[in-house]
Design a protein around this ligand. Structure first.
Ligand code: B12
Ligand code: SF4
Length: 481
C-alpha cells in the first residue's frame, strides 16, 4: 500500500518472521504460505504516532522473504536454515537502508518468534548501532527482562503500546535523560540495570486509533489479498483462562471501540478489495450492540463482504437468536469456539468455566442458523491426564458425528509467558527452544511431560501427548474437518 516512502522515517515497525517456525518444525514440507499475518497491533501504534505527526511504516517480514526454498528433510535442514537466515539479513539491510528510520520497532507477539527476533536484534545492532531498537507486543511484554538482558535492545514497551511508545520517542529525540520516567516501559539505565517504569494508563475507547491500513508496506509480488486482515471491535476479555495471556495483558477489562472507528476500518478494507475480514477480538461479545451502533455490520451486508470471529459457548448461549440471525445476515459465516477440553472438571481447572452441555447447545444453535462452527482444542494442559484427553477425543467424535462442528483445530499446550499456567510445577519442559513451540499443525512437537509433583514421576509423557494429538488429527482427517 505504501509505495514510494523511501524517505527517512521516524520509526519503522517490523513483524519478525512467523512462518519460519512452521518450516523448522514441519519436516518434508515445501514452505509456501497461504497468506501473511497483518501486524494489527504495530499498525495501531503506527497510526497513533502518525496522528501525532510522526512518519511510520509497518512491514511483515514474512512477506519480504519470497524465496522460501524447500526444507526437505533432516539432512538438508542446516543448509536450508543458513540460506534462510542469509536471505533474512540481506532483506533487513535493504529495508533499513530504504526506509532509513530513526527508530526500529520490533513487534514480538508470539513466543515462537523469540529466537529469530534475537537474531534480528543482533544483526541490526551490529550493522546500525546508532538506531535504537524498541520491542513491543505480547511475548515481549512478558519476557521483557530476559530480552533486555540477552540483547542490545534499548527498551521494551509493555502491554498497550501507543501512548508509551509516543512518550518514549519524544524523550529519546530530546536527550533521553528522562526516558526512565516514561510509564509503561522496561528500560536499561546508564548502569545497564533493567528498570520497570510505573504502569501506563490505558487509552480510552475513543483514543484507540483508527488503523490506517496504508501504513502496511506490501512488497512485490504480493498485494492486499495475500494478507489476512483483522479488525478489533474491542480490546480485552473479561474471562480468566489460566493458559491464556489475555487476562494479564489487558487486565480482564473490556473496552468496546467506537463503532464509527470500526466502520471506517472496515470500509477502507472493503475499498481495497478485501472480501473476508476477521473480527480479531479475544472474545467477540455481542454485548457490544447493547449501546453501540450496528452500522458497521451494514457495511458487510451491502458489499457482500463476509466475516468471522472467535468467542465462547456461554457467550453464544446468552445471545438472542434474533441477534445471531442478524449477524449471519450481515455476513457472519464462521464462529471459532474455544472448546479446549472434553470434561467439565478439566474446563474448570483451566478456569474456562464452561460445560460440554453448554458447548453442545451453542454448536446446535449456530448450526441451525447456518453458521459454520470451528473449534479449538488443547491437549497436554498441565491439569489434564491421558484419560481426560481421551475424553476430549470422544467428545470431538461425538460432535463430528452429530454434525455439530465443521472444523476441529487441535493444539498442543505450550506454557506461554504471562499466563498462570506457565508457573505450573506439573509441567516438565523437554524442549526449551521456542522455535519448536508451534501450537498447531500436523507435525508439531509436544515439548513437555506432565509430572506428579510429589514424586517427580512422569504421569503423562510428551510422547503420549503427541500420540493423542495425532489421534485428534486422524479424526480431523477422517471427518474432513
Ligand atoms: C487475531 C489473533 C490472531 C489471528 C491473526 C493475528 C494477527 N493479525 O496478528 C490468527 C487467528 C491468525 C492468530 C493466530 C495465532 N495466534 Co493469535 N491472537 C490474535 C489476537 C486475538 C488479537 C491480535 C491483535 O490484533 N490484537 C490487538 C492489538 C491492538 O493488540 P496487540 O497485537 O497486542 O498490540 C498492542 C501491543 O502488544 C503493542 N505492540 C504490538 N506490537 C508492537 C511493536 C512495538 C515496537 C511496540 C512499541 C508496541 C507493540 O501495541 C499494540 C497496540 O496497543 C491475540 C490476542 C490479543 N488480544 O492481542 C492472539 C495472540 C496474539 N495469539 C496467540 C497465539 C498463541 C496464536 C497462535 C500461535 C495460535 C495457534 N493457533 O497456534 C497462532 C499463530 C500465529 C500466526 N500468525 O501464525 C497468542 C500469543 C501469545 C504468545 N506468547 O505466543 C495471543 C496473545 C493470544 C493468547 N492465547 O494469549 N492470532
Ligand atoms: S481463552 Fe478466550 S475466554 Fe479465556 S481468557 Fe483467553 S481470550 Fe478470554
Amino acid at each position: 500500500m505504501i509505495d514510494n516512502k523511501n524517505c527517512s522515517l521516524d520509526i519503522l515497525f517490523i513483524l519478525p518472521p512467523i512462518i519460519y517456525n512452521s518450516a523448522l518444525s514441519i519436516s518434508g514440507a515445501e514452505v509456501v504460505p497461504n497468506s501473511f499475518t497483518v501486524p494489527t497491533g504495530a499498525l495501531s501504534a503506527a497510526s497513533y504516532l502518525e496522528k501525532k505527526g510522526k512518519s511510520t511504516a509497518v512491514i511483515a517480514m514474512d512477506s519480504f522473504l519470497v524465496d522460501w526454498g524447500i526444507r526437505e528433510n533432516e539432512e538438508t535442514l542446516i543448509k536450508w536454515e543458513n540460506q534462510y537466515i542469509g536471505n533474512l539479513y540481506r532483506t533487513l539491510d535493504r529495508i533499513v537502508r530504504r526506509f532509513d528510520p530513526s527508530f526500529i520497532g520490533l513487534s514480538l507477539q508470539y513466543t515462537i518468534q523469540e529466537p529469530i527476533t534475537l537474531k534480528i536484534i543482533e544483526y541490526l545492532k551490529t550493522r546500525y548501532p546508532e538506531k535504537p531498537v524498541i520491542l513491543g507486543g505480547n511475548h515481549a511484554t512478558f519476557s521483557a527482562k530476559a530480552l533486555l538482558q540477552q540483547t542490545q535492545a534499548d527498551a521494551v514497551v509493555l502491554r498497550e503500546g501507543e501512548k508509551a511508545l509516543y512518550s518514549l520517542l519524544i524523550e529519546l529525540e530530546g536527550n533521553g535523560a528522562t526516558a526512565c520516567s516514561v510509564p509503561g516501559l522496561a528500560i536499561k539505565n546508564e548502569k545497564r540495570d533493567i528498570l520497570f517504569t510505573q504502569e501506563n494508563g490505558s487509552l480510552t475507547p475513543s483514543e484507540i486509533p483508527v488503523i490506517d491500513w496504508n501504513l502496511l508496506y506490501i512488497p512485490e509480488p504480493y498485494s492486499v489479498p495475500d494478507f489476512e486482515f483483522y479488525v478489533m471491535a474491542s480490546r480485552g476479555c473479561p474471562h480468566h483462562c489460566t493458559f491464556c495471556t489475555s487476562p494479564s495483558m489487558w487486565d480482564s477489562k473490556v473496552r468496546f471501540r467506537n463503532p464509527d472507528h470500526i466502520k471506517r476500518e472496515i470500509n477502507e478494507l472493503i475499498q481495497k478489495g478485501v472480501r473476508v475480514i476477521g473480527i480479531g477480538d479475544d472474545t467477540f461479545l455481542p454485548d457490544f450492540f447493547k449501546n453501540g451502533s450496528r452500522t458497521w455490520l451494514q457495511k458487510f451486508e451491502k458489499t457482500g463482504t463476509v466475516f468471522f470471529c472467535e468467542t465462547r459457548a456461554d457467550v453464544i448461549n446468552r445471545t438472542s437468536t434474533d441477534l445471531l440471525r442478524q449477524l449471519h445476515k450481515a455476513g457472519l459465516r464462521v464462529i471459532y469456539l474455544g472448546v479446549e477440553a472434553g470434561t467439565e472438571e478439566l474446563l474448570k481447572s483451566m478456569k474456562k468455566n464452561i460445560s460440554p452441555e453448554q458447548i453442545h447447545e451453542a454448536c446446535k444453535r449456530l448450526k441451525k442458523l447456518g453458521i459454520r462452527v470451528s473449534s479449538f482444542w488443547i491437549f497436554g494442559h498441565p491439569a489434564t491426564t491421558e484419560s481426560k484427553d481421551r475424553k476430549a477425543l470422544d467428545f470431538i467424535e461425538d460432535l463430528l458425528k452429530k454434525g455439530l462442528v465443521d472444523e476441529i483445530l487441535p493444539h498442543i499446550y505450550k506454557p506461554l509467558p504471562g499466563t498462570p499456567d506457565a508457573k505450573d510445577p506439573r509441567v516438565q519442559l523437554i524442549e526449551n527452544d521456542f522455535s519448536m513451540w508451534s501450537h498447531t499443525g500436523k507435525n508439531i512437537l509436544a515439548c513437555h511431560n506432565i509430572i506428579n509433583t510429589e514424586n517427580g514421576k512422569i504421569v503423562y509423557s510428551a510422547e503420549q501427548i503427541k500420540r493423542i494429538f495425532d489421534e485428534s488429527y486422524a479424526l480431523k482427517e477422517k471427518y474432513n474437518a
